[in-house]
Design a protein around this ligand. Structure first.
Ligand code: F0G
Length: 460
């Protein structure tokens, strides 16, 4: 294994953004006004914002310089061609269809590939990915390994596909009803857990043997490549870029939320190798996103993205990015806080079911914990449990996934080690008072992706 040195950041700060400090009374009023949903808090009332790593990264001076050479032409922007060349060279796919963000790509992919009654296997669901599959008439089925559902398992590749489960789905449903396998890297809902390259290759080989396409969710594929380098002995001499290419080369295309790995505040794409599918996607992108040479992004956004993609595969960058997340995670582990292990790539995930064992699942321990943490210190986190899972599309019953988590998601290149220390102190303080915390019940529940807009009240 490669030895790791300190993770100190390979950059220095050029511009600062001031944060607001609030009082306990202000936060008590704010979280009640927000219906105990951290998504509904105004960001000016948030001190350390760990809601998401999506679109929250700090861009580099080079990316900002790139913004100045935005070619804002409706058609054929120069920045599109730069982005296309960059995606072709770093990710390796032939066709690039830009979209405003990841779910734009998921919508187009689902519409061109899924027919009513189809089944899409994947290594754990992601909220928007699964919803687009369902809206297109399909059904998601989970083929991730069992270890992914156990927050205490130290297995190094908890994102892996279980090949036996996948084979069973193929046998039961039949290849004609499986338009593609959706393969996520650094599986978000499992706690940012990676797949091994060996497993990715075996999964693709099994699918391709049956003529089933594999579409990568490449949102955090570079972070996954980092874990492969350090945890998969056969890959330790490869660069992040080489590992990333090895992942992409065995798949048939990808959807991408560039707001994560690629260090931009907005953007995404669909990339495909198949000429005919790419034509269909280009035709639909003009319906939903914009012309095929901008897909909802400004020229300057595409330039920043092209530069961000190149920065994302630098080892020093990824070393400090993952190092910072692990720093927070290990501080919490040392204090005896229940967290998903091993520490994931984009955040630390608190095991809310173990943190608040006295709160029943139907009173949403993870949602409750996000509100308690905000109240304590102004740290904003996100629920990733039953509220996120929503209801069964057939029975309408609440889904209770095995993991009931709170995500402390670390934006890239934004916060310091001291911010991580303050966050850890607040979590420890909430843990010490956990017996006094009461659960929540819905007062408003929207139909789609309810976690974004739902409102709650404390249960008496
Ligand atoms: N796939 C994964 C794995 C994601 O994490 C996300 C977004 C998407 C697709 C959708 O991309 O937001 O650009 O439309 N995840 C964000 C998060 C929202 O906070 O985890 P998008």
């Amino acid at each position: 294994m490669v030895t790791r040195q300190s993770w100190a950041e390979p950059w220095k700060v050029k511009v600062v953004e001031h944060l607001t400090m609030t009082t306990h009374a202000e936060r008590k009023a704010a979280i009640a006004d927000a219906g105990y949903n951290t998504f509904l808090l105004p960001s000016r009332l948030v001190y350390i914002d760990l809601l998401t790593d999506s679109g929250t990264s700090a861009m580099s001076d080079r990316q900002w310089a790139g913004m100045m050479i935005g070619d804002e032409a409706y058609a054929g922007s120069e920045n599109y061609y730069h982005l296309e060349r960059t995606v072709q060279s770093i990710y390796g796919y032939r066709h690039l269809i830009p979209t405003h963000q990841g779910r734009g790509a998921e919508n187009i992919l689902s519409q061109i590939c899924i027919r009513k009654g189809d089944v899409v296997p994947g290594n754990m669901y992601f909220t928007t990915t699964k919803l687009h599959q369902e809206l297109a008439g399909g059904r998601f089925t989970d083929v991730i390994i069992d270890e992914a559902h156990d927050s205490e398992s130290e297995f190094p590749f908890k994102g892996n596909v279980d090949l036996n489960k996948l084979q069973r789905v193929i046998d039961e449903v039949g290849v004609d009803r499986i338009p593609y396998l959706s393969l996520e890297t650094n599986v978000n809902m499992a706690g940012g857990q990676p797949c091994s390259l060996e497993n990715i290759e075996q999964t693709c080989a099994l699918c391709h043997k049956h003529g089933i396409k594999v579409i990568l969710d490449a949102t955090r594929a570079v972070e996954n490549s980092y874990f492969i380098k350090y945890r998969e002995p056969a890959q330790q001499d490869k660069s992040l870029g080489e590992i990333l290419r090895a992942i992409c080369d065995c798949t048939d295309g990808c959807t991408m939320s560039a707001k994560k790995d690629s260090l931009v505040n907005i953007g995404g794409f669909l990339a495909l190798n198949d000429d005919e599918l790419a034509d269909q996607a280009r035709n639909l992108v003009v319906v939903y996103e914009g012309l095929q040479t901008y897909g909802g992004m400004a020229g300057r956004d595409m330039e920043a993205l092209a530069i961000g993609i190149r920065e994302s595969v630098h080892l020093d960058h990824m070393h400090s990015r993952i190092g910072q997340v692990e720093y927070l995670g290990h501080k919490l582990i040392e204090a005896g806080i229940p967290v998903v292990r091993p520490i994931g790539g984009h955040g630390v995930f608190l095991d809310a079911a173990k943190f608040l064992p006295h709160i029943q699942r139907d009173q949403f321990p993870a949602q409750t914990l996000t509100a308690a943490l905000y109240l304590d210190s102004g740290v904003r986190s996100m629920e990733r449990g039953a509220v996120s899972a929503g209801r069964d599309s057939k029975t309408g019953e609440n889904l209770f996934p095995s993991l009931e988590l709170v995500r402390l998601t670390i934006p890239r290149r934004v916060y310091t080690q001291a911010h991580m220390d303050v966050t850890a102190e607040s979590i420890i303080s909430v843990y010490n008072q956990r017996d006094q915390i009461k659960g929540l019940r819905f007062t408003y529940e929207p139909k789609y992706l309810r976690f974004f807009q739902a409102r709650f009240d404390p249960v008496d």
